[in-house]
Design a protein around this ligand. Structure first.
Ligand SMILES: [Zn+2]
Length: 318
């Protein structure tokens, strides 16, 4: 009897310990106990506990290596991206193998690269029809996938999301530049961690680059400034929309030198790093989103810039 009671107590204690670190009620409990003990902490953001399921399973690591073939007629990392997509989810209908599909795309790119990816993915006729419909309806640029897809039958549009939008998004991610050029350490990597100020287990949706306040922050890719904002958590922040459902965010800034709606080029200065919002020291929180899901930016760091793997767990910022 007594042994059974101990076991029960052990199980209850175990559940409480688990709950404290990984449930909203537990986090509130820990916060409450600390408050009673006179330890001041910001109240935990309970909604954060319910957003874990939207986390990406797709990490940039699975996309590497990214060396583009030097003889590719396709721009940037597009051929590598196309190859990844057809190898993992299959070639377009009229190709029997991924190899034949990639070769077919190279050929058609040589002939005429206007809408070449779309014609390769969906067939020449269906794309020409949609493009001419878009033009006569006054579309500003039917070569943009978001414009063209509105004039396609639903199942064709879905196939284009996979074979046109997919590779373009991957290529955009693979070509991202690093937002900090000054020497720095990665002070906190992407993934699960014990939150430095909340003390609870949280998912870290970006990468922390420890740099002094005032360090220039650069746009990782060309695009349109989607948001310049400020809140209690992210501090002053900038979000850039790179099209194809790819966005990057730069948080805890000291100042932003861009305004919403403005176009920026890859590598353009967009502001100065800082220590604003919920932050334990001066750093840039850099975030990459693909189709609404975050991914680990670290594998995208240029090779000549890589410090030892230990840098991932380097000294925490002061
Ligand atoms: Zn961070």
């Amino acid at each position: 009897m007594r042994r059974g009671g101990l076991l029960d107590a052990g199980i209850v204690l175990g559940i409480l310990v688990l709950a404290a670190g990984s449930t909203p009620v537990g986090a509130l409990g820990v916060w409450g106990i600390d408050a009673l003990r006179g330890v001041e902490r910001p109240m935990p953001q309970l909604v954060g506990f319910f957003s874990f399921s939207t986390r990406s399973h797709l990490t940039a690591a699975v996309l590497l290596p990214v060396r583009a073939p030097s003889d590719s007629p396709l721009p940037g990392a597009l051929e590598v991206a196309v190859e990844r997509v057809v190898r993992t989810s299959g070639p377009p209908q009229h190709y029997s193998t991924p190899e034949a599909a990639v070769e077919g795309l190279r050929q058609s790119w040589h002939e005429d690269h206007d809408l070449a990816l779309e014609r390769w993915a969906l067939g020449r006729d269906v794309v020409e029809r949609a493009a001419s419909r878009a033009r006569s309806a006054g579309s500003s640029d039917p070569t943009r996938w978001v414009e063209l897809r509105r004039w396609l039958p639903a199942h064709t549009a879905a196939e284009g999301d996979r074979l046109v939008q997919g590779p373009r998004a991957l290529a955009t991610v693979l070509e991202l530049a690093w937002p900090i050029q000054a020497p720095h350490h990665v002070t906190s990597g992407y993934g699960w961690r014990i939150h430095p100020t909340l003390g609870t287990k949280r998912f870290h949706n970006g990468i922390d680059l420890g740099v002094p306040i005032g360090t220039t922050v650069f746009a990782a890719q060309s695009g349109r400034i989607a948001v310049v904002g400020e809140n209690a958590v992210s501090g002053r922040f900038v979000v850039i929309d790179h099209d194809h459902d790819v966005r990057t965010a730069y948080c805890h800034l000291d100042q932003a030198n861009v305004t919403a709606g403005e176009h920026v080029e890859r590598g353009a200065p967009i502001g100065a790093s800082g220590n604003s919002g919920r932050s334990t020291g001066p750093h840039l929180h850099f975030m990459v989103r693909l189709a609404g899901e975050t991914l680990d930016p670290h594998p995208l760091r240029p090779e000549d810039d890589q410090t030892s793997p230990g840098a991932l767990h380097g000294p925490p910022v002061p």
